[in-house]
Design a protein around this ligand. Structure first.
Ligand code: PEP
Ligand code: MN
Length: 335
């Protein structure tokens, strides 16, 4: 971290700041230039609050040189993390498909979709029970009952289940959920992240609608700081000025996140596109960019889905994506 001080700053104030920085364990190297004095901070600056230093009236500006995400960053942990869910591995060259409806709607619906996506090649079943809807008048999910139906689908198929948590107070209800999803809208719900850091459940952390890659990594850092390193990141599209799609799939995030972090990175083309016919090309693009998995919304009756019908694909369309994705993965593995 580099701290640039304003010209003619009082020596006493520079010493005071230097002493304080040393007292928190940093080495401080000072350079006096013609126009400004620069303090270079050496050591673990991840715990230093840049804003406190920036707010000092004699500080011109502060620049962070090293990345603030120490635990999830690749620098100190160069090897890929492999997250294992009931025997299914994600990351470190292991790829998995997670598929299922946006929302659990009935026992018949979730069990039938579970069987279809399993036959098509999905390892895990997704299904929202608590739904974050923009309108309070839209279907809000089956809540606790939805989680029970997911468990029934797991009993029938053996598939691990993935479902979104929206509130800390529901955490006990997720005891039998295999992967807890933190949705885009809760990516920066720090109290929730801290609590999930104290569990031993795999966490699927989705990127927020308008969050940077670094913010996503800092949210993962919250979970890991609590002691839970079983984190899967998910790129699900970000909000841009383009209205033709629901979001803009940030393909570069898949490739770049994998460089910055050792955590597995998967893609959700359904929420990125918002349009069912784009799910296949976006899935294949994500695989080609190096994603460790795909999470796709699949419905047995897309036009009657209670949530996100326009982006839902049929089980046979999903099967087509699995086939093509595997072909792409073969090509990538032979390079
Ligand atoms: C979902 O996966 O059902 C969902 C609500 O996704 P997101 O948080 O990415 O909008
Ligand atoms: Mn959805």
């Amino acid at each position: 971290m580099v701290v640039v001080l304003k010209k003619n700053t009082d020596e006493a104030r520079i010493s005071e700041l230097t002493e304080w920085l040393r007292s928190i364990g940093l080495e401080v190297s000072r350079n006096d230039g013609e126009f400004e004095t620069v303090l270079c901070l050496i050591g673990d600056t991840s715990h230093v609050d840049m804003d406190i230093i920036s707010s000092l009236d004699f500080v011109e500006h502060v620049t962070r040189i090293t990345e603030p995400f120490k635990s999830v960053g690749r620098k100190l942990h160069p090897n890929d993390t492999v997250v294992e869910v009931n025997g299914y591995k994600i990351g470190g060259g292991n790829f998995q498909f997670i598929a299922g409806p946006c929302s659990v709607e009935s026992a018949e619906q979730i069990c039938s979709i579970a069987k279809d996506v399993k036959n098509a090649g999905a390892a895990m079943l997704r299904g929202g029970a608590f739904k974050p809807r923009t309108s309070p008048y839209s279907f809000q999910g089956m809540r606790a009952e939805g989680l029970e139906l997911l468990k029934e689908a797991k009993k029938q198929t053996g598939m691990p289940i993935v479902s979104e948590i929206m509130d800390l107070s529901h955490i006990d209800l997720f005891r039998d959920v295999d992967v807890i999803q933190v949705g885009a809208r809760n990516m920066q719900n720090f109290e929730l992240l801290k609590e999930l850091g104290h569990t031993d459940k795999p966490i699927l952390l989705k990127r927020g609608l308008a969050n940077t890659m670094q913010e996503l990594l800092m949210s993962a850092e919250y979970i890991m700081a609590g002691g839970n390193g079983r984190i899967i990141l998910c790129e699900r599209g970000i909000r841009t000025f383009e209205p033709y799609t629901r979001n803009t799939m940030d393909i570069s995030a898949i490739a770049l996140l994998k460089e910055k972090t050792h955590l597995p990175v998967i893609a959700d083309p359904s929420h990125a596109a918002g349009i069912s016919k784009l799910v296949k090309p976006l899935s294949l693009a994500a695989v080609a960019a190096g994603a460790d998995g795909l999470m796709t919304e699949v419905h047995n009756n897309p036009s009657h889905a209670l949530c996100d019908g326009p982006q839902a694909i049929s089980p046979s369309e999903f099967a087509g994506i699995v086939k093509k994705a595997e072909e792409i993965r073969k090509v990538l593995n032979t390079r």
